[in-house]
Design a protein around this ligand. Sequence first.
Ligand code: NAD
Length: 426
Amino acid sequence: MILEATPSVDNEINPWLSAAARFDEAAERLNLDEGLCKVLRTAALELTVNIPVQLDDGRLEVFTGYRVQHSIVRGPSKGGIRFAPDVTLDEVRALAAWMTWKCAVVNIPFGGAKGGIICDPRKMSRGELERLTRRYTAELANWLGPERDVPAPDVGTNEQTMAWVMDTYAMHLGQATTAVVTGKPIELGGSRGRKEATGRGVMICCDKALAKLGIKKQGCRVVIQGFGNVGSMAADLMHKSGYKIIGLADIGGALYNEKGLDVTKVMDWVYTQKKPLQDFPSGGTRMASPDVLFQPCEIAIPAAIENQITEKNASQVQAKILCEGANGPTTWQADAIIDSKGIFTVPDILGNAGGVTVSYFEWVQDRQGFFWRESEVNERLFDVMDNAFDEVVRFAGMHKVNNRIAAYMLAIDRVASALKLRGIYA
Ligand code: NAD
């Protein structure tokens, strides 16, 4: 079923409706053919799997998982696997479509996909997570593959999860197939620089946005919501490069210190000592997680989950630059408010595209069986992000639209051109 594209306020937190609304606006501005619109707006394949897993106490539990392949027009579909209690099919649909547009914005030869399992990974043991991951992979094995659909980590999954996906797929095929998944440990064909890639991409976009607005980097105040892969890497790299990180948050709450936080020490506290972020000594003021995004600063980086900036709170954003590390952190209804405040937005499909870009490099390296130096990965990542940022800003100026709609227009135009060249197989 194709969902309607006019989200009401009640539907504000449905990410699929947010994604569809932006798609419709961009497609209309591009004057896209109605038939092409129908094809590009709809996911190509949607799978639901019910996964039986034996828990550590001997009980059997059934978990529901999804894999949505939105598009394979420009190449194999690509996209993460999310483990979270509130995963829905609409969310996975939206995330899959965003992957298509993201890969097209940075011009890498992938389509878009996403997967998710409704579960709470923080309440599951390592053994339970391994059995869940392996059975999910086995159920989907026919649809995955280096030339078909290539997963990666997302919220609640990590390098270890990807190692299990790779091993399960390889066992089914009877041959080592490292390129079936990205975000793997380096020992198993992962790429140098992948762990930092999304955060590095966020930083590159912030550097470019500052240059565009004529703001100095030294002492530039930054708040970041999300201290997982994306948020912690962005915080660490930006702290080391001279930004002043004044706010950090994860699911447990936020820390705010206008004098600046020592991110290296916070990293050690959270990742080495395994202590809660909010308990960091001399961290400053504690507050609820989303509140960190509404503090006075030059740059706000949502890097946790969807729907953090909504019609209700968008007017409270005080940043000059909103750089989206998370997917879908700003709802469709909040866009106009953010625009009216003159905030320079780096939309998710550009801001967090560093991750999929280095995933692409990982896939290339796996297929070549030849691995690059970290400096080479970072240099190539910079070139891709630098170019994509400039293209989006150029499109925004040319079509007199905001950066988000410009990014969608650039992406949709690329995918539509490829679809027209391929034609519709009948
Ligand atoms: P992660 O699981 O490593 O970290 C998620 C962070 O968000 C954690 O700090 C967690 O505490 C916090 N969080 C989770 N639920 C929250 C809630 N309800 N309220 C506040 N904070 C919450 O995940 P990640 O890989 O860093 O992904 C974060 C975002 O970035 C997601 O939107 C993801 O889709 C997007 N993204 C990730 C990558 C990547 O390479 N990992 C690439 C592109 C986009």
